[in-house]
Design a binder for this molecule. Structure first.
Ligand SMILES: N[C@@H](CCC[C@H](N)C(=O)O)C(=O)O
Length: 299
C-alpha cells in the first residue's frame, strides 16, 4: 500500500457502527478532526465512532497491558473525543482481529483505556456470524441523586460507571425521550465532569428491558454496549436483585434499537455481555483527504 492510502474497514455491533483503522505499529496521527471527518455520514464514511487497532506495545496508553493483551482498542467518539471504553466496539474489534487472522477463534484479551477486557468468540454458525461475549468488568454505582431532563420532563437517574459514565433513567415510554437531537440535560451540573451517556429504559417483560441512548460524543445511536450493561445493573438493583448478595448470577435481555444484547451479572460483580459483531466492508482512503482542513461552511 502506498503511504498516501490508509486501509479501513466498516463494521457494527447491533448497529452501533464503527470505522476500523488498522494501525498495528501506531504510526498514524489520528487527530479529532480526522476522526470527525471519517464519521461524517454525508462527507465521510459515516460511523458512531472509530476503532484504531494498535499493538499494545506500540501505544503509550497501553504499553503496560502488552503482557496481557497484544492489541489495544484506541476508541474515539464521532466528534473526535476519546472515551475510556466501548462495549459494542470491543466485539467488533475482536471480530476484526479474528477475520484478519491476528487471533484465532476462542478466547482473547483486548486492552482498552478502561483496562483489559476478556473476549470469547463463539465458533458456531457461519463464518463471522457467531456471537461474541465480553467480560465487561464490574459496574460501579457511586450513588448520589442525578436527574435527567428532556423537554421539560424530569426523571431520577442511576449513576453507573462501566469504565465510562452513564445515567440510567426508567421511563413509561421510549418516545418520552423525544427526538434526542441534542444531549439531555443532567443535574446537578457537576455530577459528570467529563460528560455522560444517557439511557432511557422501559420494561418489556420479566428480566427484559428496552432502551434508547444518547451517547456522549456521538449523539443518539442504535446501540451502546456499555450503556446496555449499565441498564442491566440498574434494572437488577431496581428489581431487588444483587448477585453479590444472593450468590446467584442474573441475566437480562436488553433490546436496543439496533438489535438485542444478553447481559448477565455474576456473584463476583463482573458483567458479561453477549451480542453480534459484523464486518461489512473494507477499502482504502486517501490520506490527504483525511488530513485536509475542515471545509468552510457555505454562507
Ligand atoms: N457505543 C459505545 C460507547 C462509546 C463511548 C461513549 N460514547 C462515551 O463517550 O463514553 C458502547 O457500545 O459501549
Amino acid at each position: 500500500m502506498s503511504t498516501a492510502q490508509i486501509a479501513f474497514l466498516k463494521g457494527h455491533g447491533t448497529e452501533n457502527d464503527f470505522v476500523i483503522i488498522p494501525d498495528h505499529d501506531g504510526l498514524l496521527e489520528l487527530s479529532p478532526a480526522a476522526v470527525a471527518r471519517l464519521c461524517d455520514r454525508r462527507a465521510g464514511i459515516g460511523a458512531d465512532g472509530v476503532l484504531r487497532v494498535v499493538r499494545s506495545a506500540a501505544h503509550p496508553e497501553a504499553r503496560a497491558m502488552a503482557g496481557e493483551a497484544e492489541w489495544f482498542m484506541d476508541y474515539r467518539n464521532a466528534d473526535g473525543s476519546i472515551a475510556e471504553m466501548c462495549g459494542n466496539g470491543v466485539r467488533v474489534f475482536a471480530r476484526y482481529l479474528q477475520q484478519a487472522g491476528l487471533t484465532g477463534a476462542g478466547d482473547l484479551a483486548v486492552a482498552t483505556r478502561a483496562g483489559v477486557r476478556r473476549v470469547h468468540v463463539a465458533k458456531d454458525g457461519p463464518e463471522g456470524a457467531g456471537e461474541i461475549t465480553v467480560d465487561m468488568g464490574r459496574a460501579l454505582l457511586p450513588g448520589g441523586e442525578v436527574t435527567v431532563c428532556v423537554g421539560g420532563r424530569h426523571w431520577p437517574a442511576v449513576h453507573v460507571d462501566m469504565g465510562n459514565p452513564h445515567a440510567v433513567c426508567f421511563v413509561d415510554d421510549l418516545a418520552d425521550a423525544g427526538s434526542l437531537l441534542t444531549a439531555p440535560a443532567v443535574a446537578p451540573a457537576g455530577a459528570y465532569p467529563d460528560g455522560v451517556n444517557v439511557e432511557f429504559v422501559v420494561d418489556r417483560g420479566p428480566r427484559h428491558v428496552a432502551l434508547r441512548v444518547h451517547e456522549r460524543g456521538s449523539g443518539e445511536t442504535r446501540s451502546c454496549g456499555t450503556g446496555a450493561c449499565a441498564v442491566m445493573v440498574a434494572a437488577a438493583r431496581r428489581d431487588g436483585c444483587d448477585p453479590a448478595v444472593t450468590g446467584l448470577p442474573v441475566t437480562y435481555t436488553v433490546d436496543v434499537p439496533g438489535g438485542r444484547l444478553v447481559i448477565g451479572e455474576r456473584p463476583d460483580g463482573t458483567v458479561e455481555m453477549t451480542g453480534p459483531a459484523v464486518i461489512v466492508a473494507e477499502g482504502v482512503l486517501d490520506a490527504a483527504w483525511l488530513t485536509q482542513p475542515a471545509a468552510t461552511p457555505a454562507a
